[in-house]
Ligand binder design. Structure first.
Ligand SMILES: [Zn+2]
Length: 358
């Protein structure tokens, strides 16, 4: 493990130089760009009221607008996980500055969505930005794909909704959520400006470890889950885990199938990390309050049971529409619908099962 880690540290110094040059070359306004947030996560009108929660002597969770921010403070500098939106990024830095004046050395983007990467134009001036390989093309190229392919998708969804008269039909409700989300993503893609994009300058596959003073930070990618470029970040010594959007605490998770996500992959990620972290680890979800390993384990059960139900339905000959209308997960009342409904999850997993993806 130490050899790859050393190699990465060398890469980091080269990449720091590249990053500095890039930062000089780009006059980057803080602008929300595409691939960006699901509708319910999109920017509100006003600046958020930040809430800073101290989890250990050195690790904090910062709630604001968008995905939860986690950060570790060491004598050798600060590691930040996710940076919400451009317009709140200075505020995030300000919150970190209430705790420490140590330099911000690294920022990890847990995935490409705009409510986790929108602050990159601010953070690139301060830190090395790290993410899984897939995050770069998602930030740089995916908006073009959205512009080309989403109009037809939206038209098809509208046509399907028009044919469904029952407003309480779970299948219709799921389609309405898709319409709202895809409409928002298309609008974001249409205002995307490539020159403003700030992708990670250091990308990895598998795992990368950061070493700061006596702290070790493990950044892991296991399989496509929420998207195709998810990272989980484990502050090993502090026993704090940041799950990114591989964990929505208290709400139906978003499986971004068009962004390369997978329901079965979600479960694989959860199994991997649950086998790795001690039971007294504190867990920062992408969205929702900080919690513990027991709650993460229960979320894993929910996801595994949901996948199992959809597989059973598909095997039993149910159509996707029938599966969405019949599958309920009443044994998990804490998983509440939000900007995604249970039906959205069922539909995505159904497509995955039918396509034979594992
Ligand atoms: Zn996300």
């Amino acid at each position: 493990m130490s050899v790859p880690s050393l190699r990465v540290l060398c890469m980091i110094s080269v990449a720091r130089l590249a990053t500095a040059l890039l930062a000089l070359a780009l006059a980057v306004p803080a602008r929300a760009h595409s691939g960006a947030p699901p509708a319910a996560e999109k920017p509100a009108e006003k600046a958020p009221a930040f809430k800073l929660e101290k989890l250990t002597d050195r690790v904090y969770c910062l709630y604001g607008r968008g995905g939860n921010v986690g950060f570790l403070v060491t004598d050798a500098g600060v590691v930040v996980v996710d940076d919400q939106y451009g317009e709140v990024a200075e505020g995030i830095v300000g919150q970190i500055r209430t705790v420490t004046d140590k330099p911000i050395r690294f920022l990890v983007n847990t995935h490409f969505h705009g409510d986790h990467t929108g602050g990159n134009p601010v953070f690139i001036k301060l830190a090395e930005i790290i993410a899984h390989h897939s995050v770069r093309p998602r930030l740089l190229e995916y908006p073009e794909t959205i512009k080309k392919t989403f109009p037809a998708k939206l038209q098809a969804i509208e046509a399907e909704i028009a044919g469904l008269k029952d407003a309480a039909d779970p299948y219709r409700l799921a389609l309405e959520k898709d319409r709202d989300l895809f409409g928002f993503l298309l609008k974001s893609a249409q205002s995307f400006i490539l020159a403003d994009a700030v992708p990670p300058a250091l990308t990895y596959e598998g795992e990368v470890r950061l070493w700061l003073a006596d702290e070790e930070v493990d950044v892991l990618h296991v399989a496509p889950g929420h998207t195709d470029g998810d990272s989980m970040v484990f502050f090993r010594k502090e026993k704090v885990l940041h799950m990114g959007d591989l964990f929505f605490n208290g709400m139906v998770p978003f499986i971004d199938a068009l962004g390369g996500g997978s329901g079965r992959g979600y479960v694989r990620n959860l199994d991997h990390i649950l086998a790795l972290v001690p039971p007294d680890t504190k867990v920062i979800p992408g969205h929702g309050p900080v919690t513990d390993v027991a709650t993460l384990r229960r979320f894993r059960s929910f996801m595994a049971d949901l996948v199992g139900e959809v597989e059973k339905a598909a095997k039993g000959g149910l159509s996707k529409t029938e599966a969405v209308r019949t599958i309920r997960m009443d044994q998990y009342p804490e998983v509440k619908p939000g900007f995604r409904t249970l039906g959205n999850g069922v539909a995505v997993i159904y497509d995955e099962v039918k396509a034979g993806r594992s």
